[in-house]
Write a protein that binds this ligand. Sequence first.
Ligand SMILES: Nc1ncnc2c1ncn2[C@@H]1O[C@H](COP(=O)(O)OP(=O)(O)OP(=O)(O)O)[C@@H](O)[C@H]1O
Ligand SMILES: [Mg+2]
Length: 256
Amino acid sequence: MGLTLAVAGKGGVGKTSLTALIMRVLIEAGKKPLLAIDADSNSNLHEVLGIHEPRSVGCVREETRKLGDDIPGGMSKDRFMEYQIQASLEETKNFDFLSMGRPEGSGCYCMANNILREIISRLTSNYTFVIVDNEAGMEHLSRRTEEEVDHLFVVSDAAPRSLRTIGRIAELIDELGGRIHHKHFVLSRVHGDLDDLPATTKKELEQLPYRPEGAIPYDQALVDLDLSGEPLIKISTDTPSYKAVEALLKSAGILS
Ligand SMILES: Nc1ncnc2c1ncn2[C@@H]1O[C@H](COP(=O)(O)OP(=O)(O)OP(=O)(O)O)[C@@H](O)[C@H]1O
Ligand SMILES: [Mg+2]
């Protein structure tokens, strides 16, 4: 069983960009096999990783529910879902990708969800690293009660309003207890050195239960890739954001 890394934080702070950067650094470090999971229902991780619109786990769940007992080919429900999830897995040269898709609708999905949990846990056990990009907030982690995360990266930009959400996220992480093995507070889109942050930001930082373990600089190269519609995973290894994420993974003990 490999390591599960997850990225969480308030909306728009740079979670998906950090996920893409982590993937790129792990690929450059020769870490294989890698699985990226998009757990954001308004997902766009596939785009920053250069993958076309994937079929999601949510679609498989919905299709299976609609079929009821009419599973084609006389397959069991478990086998059918496992087969469909395998078919939804996007495989690239350097990594595989799975999209969780939309959460379930109003019907009863307990059985499908139980089967899915087992299939996904079996699937993820095949990888050296599983990297999960989450939707904004932390409630999703409390919902997925059985999952363990080895390293959780909690991201915020330097705006006081974003930083204040870190306090609430910290409380939720405490409630999750031992399921989160290591947490790393990361500041994103930082202009200049941490010492040069505005006084209001420094004051907010002092109130927080965590000190920033890493700072991802504001990186024009990343913005330019985004604006040109290029996948962020193509970012050059000599850019400030790439180097910062490489240093972060080393200081977290994920890379040596
Ligand atoms: N280090 C950086 N330097 C410059 N711009 C950045 C950096 N990181 C992220 N951005 C920009 O910030 C915006 C939001 O980034 P991103 O989509 O990664 O955030 P998110 O937290 O995943 O958002 P959401 O909550 O909507 O999923 C994007 O336009 C991205 O290009
Ligand atoms: Mg995102």
